[in-house]
Ligand binder design. Sequence first.
Ligand SMILES: *Cc1c(COP(=O)(O)O)cnc(C)c1O
Length: 387
Amino acid sequence: MIPFIDLQAQRQRLGQPLEDAILRVVRSGAYIMGPEIGEFERQLAAFGHAPYALSCGSGTEALVLPLMAWGIGPGDAVFCPSFSFAATAEAMPLVGASPVFVDIDPQTYNLDPQSLQAAIEAVKREGKLTPRAVIAVDLFGGPADYPAIARVAQKQGLKLIADSAQGFGCTLNGNHPIHWADVTTTSFFPAKPLGCYGDGGAVLCKDEALHDLLISLRVHGQAVKSDIAGKTFEHDPKYLNVRIGMNSRMDTIQAAVLLEKLKIFEDEIAARNRVADRYAAGLGDLVKTPTVLDGGVGVWAQYTIELEGRDDLGPKLREQGIPTAVYYPIPIHKQGVYSGYPTAPGGLPVTEAKSGQVISLPMHPYLAEDDQDQVIAAIRAFVKTNA
Ligand SMILES: *Cc1c(COP(=O)(O)O)cnc(C)c1O
């Protein structure tokens, strides 16, 4: 079987230094908030062109933390696409707020700014929920239309989160999503383009006060710089808990792994783009291949094509040792627990159509050309016999 994502090839490339880095943490005993955490946060911020980066427990908690920091909760609306992993929408009920589902652009699969505008106006007209924030997703690793989305968010006075769990490292006209967004969040789940060896996530932001608040929320609402400044304490303020937070620390071992992986990440993004270009050249005349916005560079968490007969292609390829996956067969707003939340006026026709047509192919920086040619040939044969 050709690997869908080949983490072992990456591990072999990283070699002994990766294993040494893990062992160093094991031997140091600094399992929680060891020095690798701060070092990784500095390097991650630099990589993502953000003034601040905060590591946390997962990509899901990376979304929850800024919502908490902004006091978003019951009665508030946060707008997001329904064509995404459920975690994008799950963050809102976790803080008591309501997701409002917005349709996507048929070319990029990312938030459609017009549907967003219409959804915000509809929520305002109805008057039941207060619009507070927008979450744009860089689905499959391609940047969302940040200039247009940020224009809508700004005009409406809403915060903008870039959920870049699949797209961390993507750019648009040379800028990372944080150029337009208030915060960028990402996930280090192993299969993401920048993954660790367990769970982990991060929040990147531009605002020092927000960063300070996120530090507090990550560790049980502990008193931080702004809480302590100019005051004197009877007890060590380390044990002063001044707000309701949670435990969302990332393990030191994961930071050690990520420091090694960051060294090759730029090179891996280039390799992913070469794989994507070869797929486009080999399949573009027969099926819909992905569209990245003009001026955009994706990181290709997935390589997703569209075709009639998608449901027959998967089993056919599997017989030939080629794995595929469908992201996502059920849009979030169609899942039982999310079906009661509002959608943009007119519903989400593009989202619903796409969920029946998309299929993702093996994609990783180490995909051999021979293997890729085999995938391309198998799909070409399938399309031709089914035409
Ligand atoms: C993976 C993912 C998340 C959640 O990340 P976890 O680390 O698994 O919690 C959120 N949003 C998107 C778009 C994702 O793909």
